[in-house]
Design a protein around this ligand. Sequence first.
Ligand code: SF4
Length: 320
Amino acid sequence: MASRLKRALKKKQSRTQCSLHPSWPKQIQLEVANSCNQDCLFCFINTMKRSKKRMDLEFGRRIMTEAYEEGSRVISFAAGAEPLMHPNLDAFIRIAKQELNYDYVFLTTNGMVTQKKLSRWDQFIEAGLESVKISINAGDRETYKKVHRRDHFDQVIASIKHLSKLKKKYDFFLGVSSVSLPQNEESITHLEPLIGHLVDEVLVVPADNQSGQMIEYDTFISENCKLPFTRIYVTAEGYLRMCCGDMENFLAVEDLNQMSLKEAFYSERTTEFRRRHLEKNLEGTLCYRCLNSVQDPIEPLNPDIADRWSHSIEIISKSA
Ligand code: SF4
């Protein structure tokens, strides 16, 4: 009975969330940097043609403040790329936790810092980081080199060991996640015995099609997607984007350098895109590729923003 009630409530809640004018999202994710120091087999980021950028700290403060004032309480500094690529990541965390008092501040990262810079972890935790999830897609150095196409296995394990020591002093969540592929299936079984005792969780997930950008991995095919209704993603350039995984800003809707976050979240263009989701009229968008795992040609939602990346648009359309 209780579970039937729970299911009904969940259904009702999901209907309320996925409306043309959804309630303000609890969670916001800032893409503080749009680059990565790894080159994983299953990831699209290093074929991205968009210019490499880091988010301006004052712009980030403004967006975090606006989101908090509207009701967001959970914040992350990753949205598809690698947050450690921003040299002032600790300052973003400090603003979120100490100045604005977000309830939960978390990070998903590849965990790569050099031996000399292991103290960055101390800075992040002291600034208020409450959860770190490290993506490590192999259980040994050789497989790691093949999957990540970088020789960083030992440094990432050193990060996990360092964070595990910090857990004795600070209260935070430490997790590890792996994307499973034919190339690493056997190797990732070694992760649990290697680092399971150091972390709170070891999670394995199958590779997905990366928001329609890597359709050779077609395991994520779903009828509905709630992201455009329930999350806020802000790109390194300062755009409101409808998806964390969209590496070329095909789903960037508004320029937050020109308007407030609230104006952008409820703008006509954003609402029209939600209408297309609700009516399942997504042909010609990245979402159509993602939900159907097809290579159809796509158009950006906001040509004024995407025009600047016309080269990348051409590349993606050519592969159709
Ligand atoms: S359907 Fe669209 S918003 Fe949802 S995960 Fe796919 S690309 Fe992202």
